[in-house]
Design a protein around this ligand. Sequence first.
Ligand code: ADP
Length: 365
Amino acid sequence: MAGITFIKVSKIYDNGYEAVKYINLEIRDGEFMVLVGPSGCGKSTTLRMIAGLESVSSGELYIGGELMNNVDPRDRNIAMVFQNYALYPHMTVYDNMAFGLKLKKVDKKEIDRRIKEVSKTLDIDTQLNKKPKELSGGQRQRVALGRAIVRNPQVFLMDEPLSNLDAKLRVQMRAELIRLHQELKTTFVYVTHDQTEAMTMGTRICVMKDGIIQQVATPEEIYNKPDNLFVAGFIGSPQMNFYRGKLVEEESKYYLIGDNGEYGNFKFSIEVENKENLKSHIGRDLIFGVRPEHIKLTEEDGLKAKVMVTELLGSEVHVHIHVQDEIHTIKTDASTHIKSGDIVNVKPYSNKIHLFDPETQNALR
Ligand code: ADP
């Protein structure tokens, strides 16, 4: 087991492209850290630097307190599971799992013991004599995991390991990986572009964009207190709704006022944690964000808007409305009679409004 520390680490590829920019990140011993962000933001590069598959261009990378910049991948005691599993097709499941241990000259009996134990945990103990092509996608994924686990690494690295599985299996494997982490108590670093995977699996999440870390926090913190506009929009599905409006103060209460074209103006009251911090923004245009589940339908006042579409998702309905030339989403319960073309009145919960500075895009609170 080991923690991982990045100090001012950058990665510049040979063609001059800076894929990771001066990151500081502390991955704690035994935690399940998920690196998440859109395609191309530098997640895999970060993971591959931990593995030693990419060199560190500048800065320092430590695993278990030891500087790793010049340590060979084989000497790092880490295991990596890839999206395409990278199993040897001509070898049986057993031999695939044994391969790394044989190279390390582990005793045959010990290899056998570990494979039997791990294959039971992963429910592939009846598949040991098969070749990878005789297995389902989910079973192959388990073999890839098993091959990593038998090596007893101090760090597990996973790069989009579930993206080749169908939706149902993905959900199942997600739960298994969480269980596996609880059982092994080893440091997991997991790369995904899927915010649902990040939210459900990570003990902490590191959100990246353009090679820069945007926020590192628990799923709850990231969801409830996103540090900037990007994190607010990236995490959560359907995504947070953003309005343009002005912050005003009336009788020491705060309101946000805005304009929704032909449907007129709106005014929302807002509760803020720290009024002092917002004083300098009174009278200024801000961006404010509200999650779909934090908006209620009202009879009067609030914001008037036209319904574009409604989607029934079993227990709830997503109502998509037209606001300030964008489509906003409201979650409501399945009993609603709202239909497309209706004009609705909506109002965000006053204590659930996120404020952002339109210039810096940072959260104001
Ligand atoms: P992610 O995993 O977030 O999708 P990557 O870390 O794979 O992103 O890539 C980050 C950026 O670095 C991308 O723009 C990608 O095109 C670029 N990149 C990745 N590998 C190389 C390479 N070997 N040479 C040059 N650029 C690369």
